[in-house]
Write a protein that binds this ligand. Structure first.
Ligand code: CAA
Length: 258
């Protein structure tokens, strides 16, 4: 097994995970995905971490699932071993995840990006679900999350033709929220993550993520009910008292995360 396929560090309450298989454009082998999921789970459980940042390198966020891992598999072993279930652990992370993306974000790389909550892209970023070109379809949520992110027209275009979007096209389509110059994407993403992690209530951040993601799963009236319950929950936190008091006293809030 490669060593250190992901590298984790913490800074200013931000848990930072770097995808680290640069020779293969950070292709995600199953071992690497397990390592990534473990790293994210550890950061999710660490009270000193309020926000998570995932990045690759300047050439690639990730070129997707490791095709060499999948080339010899057969349906029975896929069914029995369910290796794709490793992906299910990533959307279970409760803290907000910022993705900093440059270069290729293809296949599982694009799907991983869509499991993150805010995407900051370099102008060099390229997003695609090219699985159709190797005789498969997206297997880590791409057919479901992409249509929710960009709508049917663009999702079908990408998934049926393998079309790759530029960063600006991804911004126009609603797949990413910020596009910046290539030398600034990591800094911009880190600044954003740091601002969230040091200035905002960590518990409100988690609850906000939960509430927004609910919209993917339920209808409007159920989603609104859920939002109301989560809103009420936050009024029971010390952070809510502190946030409102700080506003009235015209000072910075100091959140305890409870
Ligand atoms: N899996 C395994 N290895 C990969 C890889 C991947 N997804 N992507 C790139 N690599 C490897 C190449 O095999 C090559 O390795 P060697 O040097 O050992 O030959 C190395 O990375 C460099 O790749 P290229 O020579 O192809 O570099 P390039 O600059 O010409 O092209 C690229 C770059 C456009 C990213 C091209 O490599 C490519 O198209 N990669 C595959 C992208 C893809 O199809 N992704 C979807 C994977 S399937 C998936 O993700 C399923 C799912 O939903 C879970």
């Amino acid at each position: 097994m490669d060593r250190d396929m992901t590298v984790t560090r913490c800074e200013d309450h931000v848990g930072i995970v770097q995808l680290n298989r640069p020779k293969v454009y950070n292709a995600l082998s199953f071992d690497m995905l397990d390592e990534l999921a473990r790293a994210l789970e550890a950061l999710d459980a660490d009270d000193s971490v309020h926000v998570i940042l995932i990045h690759g390198d300047d050439r690639a966020f990730s070129a997707g699932a490791d095709i060499k891992d999948m080339a010899d598999s057969d349906a029975v072993s896929w069914y029995l071993n369910d290796p794709l279930s490793v992906w299910d652990r990533i959307p279970r992370i409760r803290k907000p995840i910022v993705a900093a993306i440059a270069g290729h974000a293809l296949g599982g790389g694009c799907e991983l990006a869509m499991m993150c909550d805010v995407i900051v892209a370099s102008k060099t970023a390229r997003f695609g679900q090219p699985e159709i070109k190797i005789g498969i379809i997206p297997g880590a949520g791409g057919t479901q999350r992409l249509i929710r992110a960009v709508g049917k027209a663009v999702a079908m275009d990408m998934i049926l033709s393998g079309r790759v979007l530029t960063a600006d096209e991804a911004l126009a389509a609603g797949l990413v929220s910020r596009v910046v110059e290539p030398d600034r994407y990591l800094e911009e993403a880190m600044n954003l993550a740091r601002e969230m992690a040091t200035k905002l209530s960590p518990i409100a951040l988690r609850v906000a993520k939960e509430a927004v993601l609910k919209a993917h799963d339920v209808g409007l009236s159920e989603g609104l009910r859920e939002e109301r319950v989560l809103f009420h929950l936050l009024t029971a936190t010390e952070d809510h008292t502190e946030g409102m008091k700080a506003f009235i006293e015209k000072r910075e809030a100091h959140y305890a995360g409870k």
